[in-house]
Design a protein around this ligand. Structure first.
Ligand SMILES: NC(=O)c1ccc[n+]([C@@H]2O[C@H](COP(=O)([O-])OP(=O)(O)OC[C@H]3O[C@@H](n4cnc5c(N)ncnc54)[C@H](OP(=O)(O)O)[C@@H]3O)[C@@H](O)[C@H]2O)c1
Length: 349
């Protein structure tokens, strides 16, 4: 069993303490990366799930069961050991923790987030975070859209160079990309969803993906980064959920998912007859922000790519006729944890 080096009392000069909130799929992958990196200027001082936290010399088991630790209330209150300049990593999807992001910045902490509810939650919070993340306080968001693909960074750089972003179109969900990759209606869609869950491509409750909610958060973050003060209610979402799926318990969800089979098979067959493919697309342009299933030509920049690939096309002042395109694996613990670590290292400068 591997044990991480942990911050002990008496922090050395130049060393940043790291508090990791969320030790699920992504958080654990980040712990593995931190351990293999052994960066002399980073010390893990806290790791926590929603109920327990492991502090200082208690030791953190990377493999096997997480036992021991102290119970805690899952709030964002952090131990006093953390000081200005230290780093909080939010690897949860917790709305409660996202509300703490501005407070942590106000305390002088740097924040690195995979949690989309920070920048993709209420617009006021996004403004607060952006205005607080100045003067040496970092807010790392690379993991929130495209799992570290250089999407947000590119949008920021285009704007810094004076470009106006005219439109952004993308397949922003690795799960939905996987579900529609090669789907022509000949196979039961419900079986594809169950197979995605079994292989870890979808959340244990796939409604998080099928509802379009996760894609909406990503589009909000992208739009706001592009300079559009978009409110949640302004995004039109064409959800894949049927009433039966919405009201199902997790136990009868598999049965409820079959309500998608007929309608989607029919749509896929019609789409194939037209020589097109189905993709779940997010769009931001002069017509507004909208998300839903679309039939695209197979050579459309948004239709290409395989498996869990995200693909994003950006039109700006300098890319008027043909968009700038970014494509690559946009989901998974490894790439997401790597994006978090990149943001942590950016804090070190
Ligand atoms: N998985 C991916 O491929 C991927 C890609 C990009 C972004 N993300 C984002 O990364 C985040 C984490 O995803 P994941 O797949 O690792 O999720 P996960 O496996 O469900 O893990 C979530 C972790 O957060 C913990 N947590 C929840 N509320 C907490 C609280 N109040 N305080 C401390 N810990 C809390 C959970 O603890 P319990 O176990 O006690 O509930 C669990 O350890 C999400 O925002 C997700 O959208 C994931």
């Amino acid at each position: 069993m591997s044990v991480l080096p942990l911050a002990l009392p008496g922090q050395q000069a130049g060393v940043r303490r790291v508090a990791l909130l969320g030790v699920g799929t992504v958080g654990r992958a980040l712990l593995v990366r931190l351990q293999s990196l052994q960066h002399p200027r980073l010390q893990l001082c806290l790791a926590a799930n929603s109920r327990r936290r492991w502090l200082g010399a208690d030791g953190l088991a990377l493999a096997g069961s997480w036992s021991g630790g102290d119970s805690h209330d899952g709030s964002g209150a952090l131990p006093d050991a953390l000081r200005a300049g230290d780093i909080v990593v939010d690897a949860t999807a917790s709305a409660e923790l996202a509300a703490w992001h501005p407070r942590w910045l106000r305390q002088g902490l740097n924040v690195v987030s995979a949690n989309k509810l920070g920048l993709g939650g209420p617009l006021l919070r996004q403004h607060e975070i952006r205005s607080l993340a100045t003067e040496g306080r970092h807010y790392g968001d690379a993991a929130t859209v495209g799992a570290g693909l250089p999407v947000l960074r590119t949008v920021r750089e285009l704007r810094a160079g004076g470009d106006r972003i005219g439109a952004i179109v993308g397949v922003l969900s690795g799960t939905l990309a996987w579900l529609f990759d090669g789907y022509d209606g000949s196979e039961l869609f419900s079986q594809r969803v169950l197979s995605a869950v079994a292989q870890g491509y979808a959340e244990p409750d796939p409604r998080v993906d099928l509802s379009g909610e996760d894609v909406k958060r990503k589009l909000l973050i992208l739009a706001r980064t592009a300079g559009y003060a978009l409110e949640d209610a302004e995004v039109r979402v064409d959800s894949l959920l049927t009433p039966a799926i919405e009201s199902a318990t997790i136990e009868n969800l598999a049965q409820a998912l079959t309500s998608l089979d007929g309608p989607l098979a029919e749509r896929a067959a019609r789409t194939a007859r037209d020589g097109k493919v189905l993709r779940y697309v997010a769009r931001l342009d002069a017509a507004g922000a909208r998300i839903g299933l679309e039939a695209l030509a197979p050579d459309d920049p948004i239709a290409v790519g395989r498996g869990c690939d995200n693909r994003i096309a950006i039109w700006s002042s300098r890319y008027r006729d043909r968009p700038l395109q970014i494509q690559g694996p946009g989901a998974g613990a490894e790439v997401t944890a790597a994006a978090l670590l990149d943001d942590i290292l950016r804090v070190l400068g």
